[in-house]
Design a binder for this molecule. Structure first.
Ligand SMILES: [Zn+2]
Ligand SMILES: [Zn+2]
Length: 99
């Protein structure tokens, strides 16, 4: 397969018509639901989460902070005071509507 063919192959297999699946690891063997939130970890990382995973992550981090824990980025080792300071959450609009 040439380089051009592999790009075309990738494009053909990227499913633009469906919502991206949730990156969360709480779904086990179940089919992953469509992602609803794009969570940008201050440029260090990006996660696509469904509503329940976004809520779970946020709650876990807020509880850790409330208990006196620290929120440290594993990528840049920066400390953060709150979930929203560390992660910018933007809703992903459902696909299909805008086209
Ligand atoms: Zn999820
Ligand atoms: Zn970072």
């Amino acid at each position: 397969m040439s380089a051009l063919e592999s790009v075309e192959y990738l494009l053909a297999h990227l499913d633009f018509d469906h919502d991206p699946p949730c990156d969360g690891n709480h779904h086990g063997a179940q089919v992953r639901p469509a992602a609803r939130f794009r969570c940008d970890q201050h440029g260090c990382d990006v996660f696509l989460y469904c509503a329940s995973c976004e809520h779970r992550e946020r709650t876990q981090i807020e509880q850790t902070l409330a208990a006196g824990g620290t929120l440290t980025c594993i990528h840049c080792a920066q400390d953060f005071e709150s979930f929203t300071e560390c992660v910018q959450v933007a809703p992903i609009p459902p696909s299909g509507g805008a086209r």
